[in-house]
Ligand binder design. Structure first.
Ligand SMILES: [Fe+2]
Length: 411
């Protein structure tokens, strides 16, 4: 056995970069059909007497009215803050904070997808710091105060993972980019994932958010942080997404497919919560900030070309992703197996009818330099398995901008 002091003699590159990995906690969660009916009891257990519901409104679904009734039955009154939009904005967070103060709410309940959950996380941060502007929290570990009120996170989309993560992404509306806020205090007090609520998604949103979940799993496993405990849930999520996303998107009434997508998005969230993400998310954050583009769609477009760029950085991990996706890669080299996986991701995206490119989202050739510069600064770029320079980032952006014609996969 090597002597302890000898083990410190040779310092490898990996040990220098990330000598100690961190497993971040995720909250207690209710997952399953009808889980939302537990909200009244759980809100009460968390000490809520008057809750602020944070939401986009989820118009036409009846979800908000139903949950307010469930809360009322348990003796928890509520107000509703409905000014959240996709790619939640800094001013929406600050308005939400004022609403919480005005209504004297003693708890937050976010009901919606990633935008709603992130806006609510922002409101809670600002509330804990007596109204300090949300922009002050950009980056990692900027919170200095503990949370003052609980956050019950009710997810309605099979993609975000935000209901179990400590990431909070908010649009800086003056500078037009999405700030990444990373802090354990952003983790919700409790999460609820009820497939009944997820079934209210339209087909395109199901496809986009499902590809977001796939991106979370792929980027977490490929991440240079190499948090190996995150590989299990990530790989399992990849398998479930390949088996169920097509059906869930085509038919939200397929209970089995919807439930598996709920589990997959949650597992992918658990995976990236500790392992981090990569350049697909960096690019999506840039596009969300500049053009207000839907997050899941950005990732669906960016995933394939980013993976092709990153494959040489971790071919072995791409091979295990290929196996998790159910592909026969016996006898193939790691690199060839990785190529097969990326082709399968492209095929899945095409079968979901996603043929858009970054140009369709508003990006123009003259924006390339700006987009590349902004993406390089995004915190997710640090997790990418390959070092990214300006020209690398510009090249990946350019490829995603020109995009893909139907049936152009490389088979
Ligand atoms: Fe995402």
């Amino acid at each position: 056995m090597a002597h302890f002091k000898d083990s410190k003699r040779t310092i490898s590159k990996e040990r220098q970069e990330f000598p100690i990995r961190v497993l971040h906690a995720y909250p207690r969660a209710y997952v399953g059909w009808g889980a939302h009916t537990m909200l009244g009891i759980e809100a009460k257990k968390l000490g809520m007497k008057h809750a602020m519901i944070v939401t986009t409104g989820l118009r036409g679904t009846g979800i908000i009215d139903e949950i307010r009734g469930i809360l009322q039955y348990a003796g928890v009154t509520s107000d509703v803050y409905t000014n959240v939009t996709g790619n939640p904005k800094d001013h929406e967070v600050m308005e939400g904070y004022k609403s919480v103060m005005k209504s004297k709410s003693d708890g937050l309940i976010s009901i919606g997808g990633g935008s709603t959950i992130d806006c609510c996380k922002g409101i809670r941060l600002v509330h804990s710091h007596e109204g300090k502007h949300i922009r002050e929290f950009e980056g990692a570990f900027k919170a200095i105060m503990p949370n003052k009120i609980p956050h019950l996170s009710v997810n309605t989309t099979s993609g975000t993972g935000s209901e179990v993560s400590c990431f909070c992404i908010i649009n800086h509306t003056d500078e037009k980019y999405k700030m990444a806020i990373f802090d354990p205090t952003c983790t919700p007090s409790m999460a609820v994932d009820d497939p009944l609520l997820h079934q209210t998604m339209p087909a395109d949103l199901t496809a986009y958010t499902g590809m977001d979940a796939l991106t979370h799993a792929v980027e977490a496993i490929a991440s240079r942080l190499q948090v190996q405990a995150a590989y299990g849930p990530g790989l399992w999520a990849i398998g479930q997404i390949f088996q169920n996303l097509r059906e869930a998107s085509a038919n939200r009434n397929n209970d089995r497919a919807m439930e598996q997508m709920v589990w997959a998005e949650l597992a992918a969230g658990v995976s990236f919560n500790s392992a981090g993400l990569g350049i697909v998310h960096s690019m999506a954050h840039v596009l969300g900030g500049l053009y207000d583009s839907p997050h899941g769609l950005c990732n669906a477009i960016g995933l394939v070309d980013s993976c092709r760029h990153n494959l040489p950085g971790c071919p072995g991990r791409f091979k295990i992703m290929a196996e998790a996706a159910g592909l026969d890669v016996r006898g193939l080299s790691d690199y060839k197996a990785g190529e097969k996986f990326i082709d399968a991701v492209e095929e899945l995206r095409n079968e979901l009818g996603i043929y858009k490119n970054f140009k369709d989202l508003g990006m123009r050739r003259e924006d390339l330099d700006l987009c590349a510069r902004k993406a390089l600064k995004d915190i997710c770029t640090e997790g990418n398995p390959i070092d990214m320079g300006f020209e690398d980032m510009r090249r990946v952006f350019a490829t995603c901008m020109e995009g893909h014609a139907p049936n152009n996969n490389r088979k």
